[in-house]
Design a protein around this ligand. Structure first.
Ligand code: ATP
Length: 292
């Protein structure tokens, strides 16, 4: 039996590796297909603004004629935190892609510090935003180098401080090889929560003025969730933050919460004011608390 098990197990490993590689190739083609459409203007502004406000003004966007975002306006004042919640497919992650200029808006405008992002150079725009994505891409390298990727010229002290703020230090120190621990292909040796904290440490290290957090959909135990929440709070300090949340407990402290449904903002306010409106947010809140 064991003689059969080992080759089958190995075949499973090979299959997973090939599938992972294909997913990466698909992603690469996706990026290659996207990049040429988004270009710099001839006299693009090449300076990242310091702690700017972020504004969406009557923004609409469609994928191949299918409307996804429909006339959305909101402001994230400098240094504040705005959260976006809503059903799956409501268009939350698309807002982030538009802010990062993976795509350009079909109508309306997005501005940073009062400047339309299409007038900024792509380098200046992307330098001013640190994204913690849903699925963090980790390299099969050490934990230390995976964090350093946030800013390759960071000093040792800066890397360790970012890890500390992201609540990673105790975990790293508990490992036999500590900072030199390899994370495995795509970070397979780390839990979902640890991966997202590596990503938060990278974002802190990058030192960008705008922080964007796209919360992973996978469920975490309450200990892991608290570690991410604390890390996120530390990262958001001194930043203008936009947070896409799936678990409403992540964003109860946001200055404003936008509730998205089918590409439109249907409610907005603080956690308490939205609960008292007894609308979609209150319903989502009740639902999440019932299923916990
Ligand atoms: P979730 O909570 O599940 O992450 P979301 O609110 O973030 O969802 P988006 O990822 O913004 O939703 O997707 C909004 C809509 O756009 C979905 O219906 C999705 O199928 C569609 N969509 C997303 N990416 C593409 C794409 N590259 N091409 C075509 N349609 C897309």
């Amino acid at each position: 039996m064991m003689q059969l098990f080992i080759p089958l197990n190995f075949l499973g490993f090979v299959y997973r590796e090939i599938r992972g590689a294909l997913a990466n190739i698909e992603r690469m083609f996706e990026l290659l297909a996207l990049t040429p459409k988004i270009t710099n203007l001839e006299h693009a502004i090449d300076q990242s603004p310091e702690l700017p406000q972020v504004e969406f003004n009557e923004v609409s966007f469609d994928y191949d004629g299918r409307p996804i975002i429909q006339g959305i306006s909101f402001l994230v004042p400098a240094g504040k935190k705005v959260a976006v919640v809503g059903d799956s497919g409501a268009g939350k992650s698309t807002l982030i892609k538009l802010l990062f200029r993976f795509y350009d808006v079909s109508q309306g405008a997005i501005s940073i510090g009062g400047t339309d992002i299409r007038k900024l150079s792509l380098a200046a725009l992307r330098q001013s935003i640190a994204i913690v994505p849903q699925d963090t891409v980790l390299f099969n390298d050490t934990l230390y180098d995976n964090i350093r990727y946030g800013r390759p010229d960071a000093t040792d002290a800066e890397i360790k401080q970012a890890a500390k703020l992201a609540h990673l230090s105790d975990f790293v120190e508990s490992l036999p090889l500590k900072w030199q621990t390899k994370v495995g292909e795509r970070g397979l040796k780390l839990s979902g929560g640890e991966k997202q904290r590596v990503s938060i440490a990278r974002a802190i290290l990058k030192g960008a003025s705008i922080l964007v957090f796209d919360e992973a959909t996978s469920s975490l135990d309450s200990h892991a969730e608290k570690a991410i929440l604390d890390a996120l709070k530390a990262a958001a300090k001194g930043h203008t933050s936009l947070v896409v949340a799936h678990r409403l407990s992540t964003i109860v402290d946001a200055d404003t919460i936008l509730v998205l449904s089918q590409g439109k903002v249907v409610e907005q306010g603080t956690h308490d004011s939205l609960l008292s409106q007894q609308g979609l947010y209150a319903r989502l809140w009740r639902l999440q608390n019932e299923t916990q």
